[in-house]
Every structure is written in C-alpha cells, then in structure tokens.
Design a protein around this ligand. Structure first.
Ligand SMILES: [Zn+2]
Length: 213
C-alpha cells in the first residue's frame, strides 16, 4: 500500500490522500478549488488506472467540495459515514458549510459506512471506526497491518477538531478519542496539518486537551 498526499492548495483544502493498493482510493477531496491541479497529480500517479473509490471522512466542504469535479474524471464509488452521507448527498449548504466556502454540492450517491465495515483495497483493508464529535457521522479509517489511521478532523498531530459546528459535540469527541486510544496507532494521517509518526501520542494529547485523561 502506497500513500501519497495530493495537496495543491493546503490553505483551504483538507489533506487529500491517494492510496494505491490492489485497488485505489482517495480519502477526502478538498474544496475543489484546486481540482485541476489535484486531478492532474492523481492521474500522474495512477498512470491510467482508475480511481476506484473516494471515501469522505465527514461532510464539511473543505473535505467534500472537490467530489463532483473528481467524479467527472474518475469512475469512483463514493462512501462516507452513514450519519454524514445524507448531508453530502443532499448538498446541505449549512451543515456542509458549502455556502461559507462559496460553493455547492451537486447531488451524488454516497454509500453510508458503519462501524467495523471494511474497505477492501486488495492487499490492505481499512476498518471503519465511527468517531462522532466533530460531525455526527465522522469516521476514521484504520489499517491493521501498518497501524495507520486516517483521522479526518477528529484528531490532528497536535490537537483535535472543533466541536462548535452543526452536529458537533465535545462529549462525543471525547468518547471517540477514548475509543481511538484503545487501538495502536503508528502513522496518523489527519485531515489537516502534518502527518505524525506517533499516532498514539497524538490521540493521547487530543484526549488530554478534551479533559478526557
Ligand atoms: Zn471538518
């Protein structure tokens, strides 16, 4: 499994990760503002292969706005946490904050993922962990072979996601971090800022910040 970060515009976009295994997957899409550059970067790496799936860690527009543009270029299955998927499908401008970003979502089918669902990448499998708190249906994806965690905006290398947006909950975020503290995380691939090679410490620090330690 090879993980590449595709980020032409790190100022507004979420981190975007391209995973190449037996199947190919993109985790989050950014706002779409840098879609031409991001799509060119993805195509260059895929060398003619299709992008099999796009997985969205949660419904915020800085993670999902690029979706419709990506789907014009790739024949990809789209999935997100079951709690967040309806807001992406419906393009809710308040919850997704697309209005705030000056964009909009086109209607799209999104498969709802639930706890312990497996995203099969061929040689690797990503396990879905429900981590509400930043949004009601946010998810993390965990690779048990490499102990890598794609954490969206639940936890960063030094900090945690905001809980004051619609459907956010500090109590739920704390519980989600407590759940993550029960698994062994080496590499942390967060939704913003730097990747960490000490995911366990990042989760512990996040839990400490939330008063959960
Ligand atoms: Zn977010």
């Amino acid at each position: 499994m090879v993980i590449c970060q595709i980020n032409a515009d790190p100022s507004f976009d979420s981190n975007i990760y391209l995973i190449i295994g037996g199947r190919t997957a993109l985790i989050d899409t950014g706002t779409g503002g840098a879609n031409p550059e991001n799509i060119a970067g993805i195509k260059k790496i895929l060398k003619g292969k299709n992008l099999d799936m796009i997985i969205l860690t949660h419904f915020h527009y800085d993670h999902t706005g690029g979706l419709s543009g990506m789907l014009k270029e790739f024949d990809s299955e789209v999935s997100a946490g079951a709690g967040d998927a309806p807001y992406i499908m419906g393009g809710d401008p308040i919850y997704t904050m697309s209005g705030m970003f000056g964009g909009e979502h086109e209607p799209v089918d999104v498969i709802g993922l639930t706890e312990d669902d497996i995203v099969d990448l061929g040689d690797h499998r990503l396990r879905v962990i429900n981590t509400p708190g930043h949004t009601c249906g946010g998810i993390c994806l965990y690779d048990e072979i490499t102990h890598s965690l794609f954490s969206g905006d639940t936890v960063f290398s030094r900090g945690v996601g905001r809980t004051d947006f619609p459907t956010g909950s500090a109590k739920e975020l704390t519980e989600s971090l407590r759940k993550l503290s029960g698994i062994d995380v080496k590499m942390l691939y967060p939704g913003h800022s730097d990747i960490s090679s000490d995911g366990n410490e990042a989760v512990r620090y996040g839990l400490l910040m939330m008063g959960g330690l």
